[in-house]
Design a protein around this ligand. Structure first.
Ligand code: FAD
Ligand code: SF4
Length: 510
């Protein structure tokens, strides 16, 4: 054998650099389902099923195209459950001249693969991941040329480089970022009829995988009842087309809004397809740009969607590779507490948290503002250790892969990187949630109350957060307003705030 081409569970792209020069007569593909990848951190059962089903579909497609695929299923006899160990065994027995892999998305996995190849004495060729638009080296150069990293400047570079939403070298519509037009709530009347997203009921192969996951991971969180995620590139493409046709138009204005019983609203649900590499980010953004140029959607909707993909998504990957492995250990605000148990059950009287967690367990999905301004905000205000928050987010979403999850959780949501991802902590009282959703209407707490039994836990903890972190945040000009209010509280008021916060921690901490 000449080359053994390693394909990981989130590298399901037949156009990737792994297949450059692939010769079916002399090369083979290696894939393995490793239990350790679903248990080294806890994993939602829909997430496990999605990875395994998409991998098996990819395997069958490669085989149909004439490639030899050496594939170890999860329950195959002798499967050690460790990706690195399975690879080492394969390299020792197959003795290829070389192993080839596209740069893995996760630091730990890259180390495992390097170790396995070294252990087997096989040369390893690591090829760039062309799925991403900005290679880690380019991002490092971008970072080196700036005193402070900010997504906005990176995003402008990407727009110019790709010529997306550009007119005569200037941003279409005269502004780079139309975020101020992306923050509408639904008001009292609610969203009305929301068009349902494209749905892909499980085929025979996926049904087999679902049975396997039920059997092998009985204690894991999350439901498999609603599993309808795209598992092939064709389905991912259909999901994109459906989104652009039916939902993109209202994605922009209502990007930050939340509503009871509406888990998806106008969001695309494309993150898992993008992260598994079933869908290319350029295909997605070009489709949105086309819809705008053809007058089917407004500029704020197209720009809002495109910014998430060539802006935030590429940016967080850059931050991940720039700052790993030390990034994982960051804890700028010194938070140490455990995650309250309701994160795994949804059993809480705080309606916003109850609905977001239950929806997460049901579907393996919550949209960005639910992640950032409900579950993330609560963990930040409560003072949960960032590493524990990270482990939860990595476990519960079908789109969770570390390179995107970690900077979003540790950096954007928990401010544990001290301001690399976000210029200030995303901290707010319950009034933000009240403004952006209808959750507070059916909640037993009151978002405007900061003390007493009916006080909203967010509002109580927000005040204590400001007091507790005053020192760490006082040099931040974007926190001046919030801290100025906190500076006016008398000693007695401060004592009451700390007492109330302790009460809330006891009440919600289980
Ligand atoms: P849409 O709202 O339709 O957005 C379109 C696309 O833009 C998404 O599919 C996604 O690929 C991209 N995108 C949007 N926001 C971000 C962002 N902040 N960072 C990177 N890409 C973005 N996203 C993941 O893909 N995997 C994760 O594990 C993950 N963990 C997160 C953890 C926290 C605490 C937070 C605050 C955000 C996290 N995100 C993660 C980002 C974002 O919430 C999800 O990408 C989005 O909710 C997925 O739903 P969607 O496909 O309907 O996205
Ligand atoms: Fe959430 Fe507070 Fe509103 Fe209840 S009152 S839904 S806890 S923000």
């Amino acid at each position: 054998m000449r080359n053994l081409v390693i394909v990981l569970g989130d590298q399901l792209d037949a156009e990737s650099a792994a297949f450059d020069g692939f010769d079916p007569a002399r090369d083979a593909v290696w894939m393995a389902e490793a239990r350790g990848e679903s248990t080294c951190v806890w994993s939602h059962r829909a997430r496990i099923a999605l990875f395994l089903s998409a991998m098996r579909h990819f395997r069958d497609r490669l085989r149909a195209s004439g490639a030899t695929v050496i594939y170890t299923e999860l329950d195959a006899p002798g499967n050690s459950g460790s990706l690195g160990e399975e690879l080492r065994k394969a390299l020792v027995s197959l003795r290829p001249r070389k192993a080839v892999v596209v740069q893995p998305g996760e630091w730990r996995v890259r180390e495992d693969i390097r170790r396995a190849a070294a252990g087997a004495g096989t040369p390893l060729e690591e090829r760039p991941d062309r799925h991403f638009i900005c290679p880690p080296g380019d991002f490092a150069e971008h970072a080196a040329s700036r005193r402070q990293l900010r997504m906005e400047f990176f995003y402008r570079q990407m727009r110019r480089r790709l010529g997306i939403l550009m007119e005569d070298g200037q941003p279409a519509g005269g502004a780079w970022n139309l975020d101020s037009e992306n923050r509408r709530s639904f008001g009292r009347s609610g969203p009305g009829e929301v068009p349902p997203p494209a749905s892909f009921p499980p085929d025979e192969l996926t049904r087999q995988v679902i049975s396997l996951v039920k059997r092998e991971f009985p204690g894991h969180p999350g439901s498999l009842e609603h599993f309808d995620w795209p598992v092939t590139p064709e389905q991912a493409r259909q999901a994109l087309e459906h989104f652009v046709e039916h939902r993109l138009a209202l994605f922009g204005p209502y990007q930050d809004a939340m509503w009871s019983g509406e888990p998806f609203l106008y969001h695309s649900r494309l993150s898992s397809s993008l992260n598994l590499k079933l869908l290319s980010p350029l295909t997605a953004v070009r489709a949105a740009e086309r819809a705008w140029r053809e007058g089917r959607v407004s500029l704020p909707s197209a720009e809002g969607f495109i910014r998430q993909i060539i802006g935030w998504r590429e940016y967080v990957r850059g931050v991940y590779w720039l700052l790993m492995p030390g990034y994982l250990e960051r804890n700028a605000l010194g938070a140490t507490l455990d995650l309250p148990p309701f994160y795994w059950t949804g059993e809480t009287e705080a309606e916003c948290l109850r609905q977001t967690v239950l929806q997460t367990l049901e579907y393996g999905y919550a949209h960005h503002i639910q992640r950032l301004m409900v579950t993330g905000l609560f963990a930040l205000l409560y003072g949960v250790a960032p590493r524990k928050v990270h482990e939860w987010y990595l476990a519960v979403y079908v789109d969770a892969v570390e390179w995107v999850e970690l900077p979003n959780t540790l950096g954007m949501s928990q401010y544990a990187d001290g301001g690399v991802m976000a210029s200030k902590p995303y901290c707010a009282s319950g009034r933000y949630i009240d403004r952006m959703s209808d959750y507070c209407r059916s909640c037993r707490y009151d978002p405007s109350r900061s003390s007493g039994p009916g006080a909203c836990p967010f509002t109580v903890l927000y005040r204590e957060f400001l007091l507790r972190n005053r020192r760490a945040l006082e040099g931040n000009p974007r926190m001046t307003m919030q801290l100025r209010n906190a500076g006016r509280w008398t000693k007695e008021e401060q004592m009451l705030i700390f007492r109330e916060a302790e009460r809330v921690r006891l009440e919600l901490g289980g």
